[in-house]
Design a protein around this ligand. Structure first.
Ligand code: ADP
Ligand code: NI
Length: 219
């Protein structure tokens, strides 16, 4: 099967799986991650283009936040990739990438190292979690999960396990910046993503500064 046809089929699958999402992992997020991945791919000519974009489209469809039965969702992705005649070795790489790239996975001790293609998708996903879009997604996600906006009495958590990260009791939207979003810039893999992340980091720092100033009634 031709590469464009493979990617169209994979895109349609992701569309179908994520269309109903209201937690900030919907199609708009996937499309931005794919756009970011194309931009990073242009700077990393040795990366496998189709494999990278396939992983970008599929990176959220096996997420334990979004699906009840993770092994079942993984099997569906494998079946999809077989149906578009993706070679066995590439299917294995795509599965490795989408199982190991998330921030929550970095909080566990069984994370596998990512190949270049996975590093690109991880950077693409992380770029969409920071900056102006990142601010908007954090507020959207926090509202969806009934988090408080801010509470100066609640300190940001340090050294969370994955379970603690997912436990939203006492979580605030502002603390999420200190617990995760401000850490992402220094974790970027590729030089281009590192450069873009610096600017987006400053956007978040300026926002937090303005937010706290206004909170404290500064004029
Ligand atoms: P990953 O899939 O990499 O483990 P998440 O799914 O937890 O990461 O995060 C996806 C998006 O949801 C992030 O961009 C972030 O803005 C938002 N998010 C996750 N947890 C929270 C939270 N507790 N409060 C606000 N936003 C959150
Ligand atoms: Ni994502």
């Amino acid at each position: 099967m031709e590469a464009t046809e493979q990617l169209t089929t994979i895109e349609q699958y992701a569309t179908q799986q994520l269309a109903a999402d209201k937690s900030g992992h919907g199609l708009d997020h996937i499309n931005r991650v794919v756009t970011n991945a194309k931009m990073l791919l242009a700077e990393e000519p040795s990366a496998d283009y189709v494999l990278t974009l396939a992983a970008a489209y599929l990176h959220d469809v096996i997420d334990d936040k979004l699906v009840d039965d993770v092994p079942d969702a993984e099997q569906h992705v494998i079946d999809l990739l077989k149906s578009v005649e993706m070679p066995e070795a590439k299917i294995e790489t795509i599965m490795l990438i989408i199982k190991n790239m998330s921030f929550s996975k970095t909080l566990t001790d069984d994370q596998q190292p990512l190949p270049l293609e996975g590093q690109i998708v991880q950077d693409s996903d992380r770029l969409d979690a920071i900056g102006a879009i990142g601010i908007t997604r954090a507020i959207y996600y926090g509202g969806h999960h009934s988090e408080k906006i801010y509470d100066p009495q609640i300190a940001p958590r340090k050294h969370m396990t994955k379970e603690e990260y997912r436990n939203l009791n006492n979580e605030t939207i502002i603390n999420h910046f200190y617990e995760k979003l401000l850490k992402l810039a220094e974790q970027m893999n590729t030089p281009v993503a590192q450069r873009i992340a610096k600017k987006r980091q400053q956007t978040m720092l300026d926002f937090l500064d303005a937010f706290k100033g206004e909170w404290n009634g500064m004029r």
